[in-house]
Design a binder for this molecule. Sequence first.
Ligand code: ZN
Length: 269
Amino acid sequence: MSSEQQHFKVSKHKEYLYVIKENISIVHPVYTNDPLNMYLILGSHSALLVDTGCGLFPLKPLVESLIQNRKLIVINTHTHWDHILGNEEFGEVYVHENEAKMISKHYNVSYFEDSPNEIVKIYEEQNFLIPPAKVIKTLKDGDLFTLGEIEVKVLHCPGHSPGSICLLTSKGELFSSDVAYYGDQFLPRLDEFPQVLDTLSKLIKLCKNQGIVEIYPSHRQYPCDKTLLTDLYNGIENIENLWDTKKVFDFFRAWQIDDDKFRYYISRE
Ligand SMILES: [Zn+2]
């Protein structure tokens, strides 16, 4: 088997839904949220790829073999490195308008220079500057993609990052990106927590009103049920009570706080 075949793990989760998993800890051991889940939703005439991963090995040939003759739409849920470094393989990539600038130019991953892992040589060969997609198209809240019988709606969910989005399908799946997953959480500064909590309460309400039972996060386990959203909401709301337990975590320029369900990295900048 070639290294790229070992690298991505593909599973057919439903007739119309593939999950392409990639371990991100191989880039740097500080990243513990394995695997990254990329999703491929197949409609009758178009397919939608959710995120493009770490850009270490070719992803496009694998995606093309799964979608056959369908037209491919590629979306980045947000512009953190593990979701976008495969963009250059694709002609056109959609991202929320708040983060379009981040991925319109070469993406600097020089923070991996000191990684103990051999694989970062792949980035080093590119001087730690990873090329962008040829065309970046912007998204806003409420945008709709029709893949055939399946429709996918864009929900702007700022907090984890300013342009984070979730995707809601007409079949009731919620793709929650890094807005909600079970794993180590990357949060903005404390004064931006109201926005994080607003987003989570919006999603909790949506699940209640639309009877959504399946949440597909971009990291670790899937599908999750809506308890994930309330667990995370309650945990983040409680962080101020644990503030005295914070430790410095320099690699992420963050404070680290742990509770019994999550580890939180809270930006110091
Ligand atoms: Zn991520």
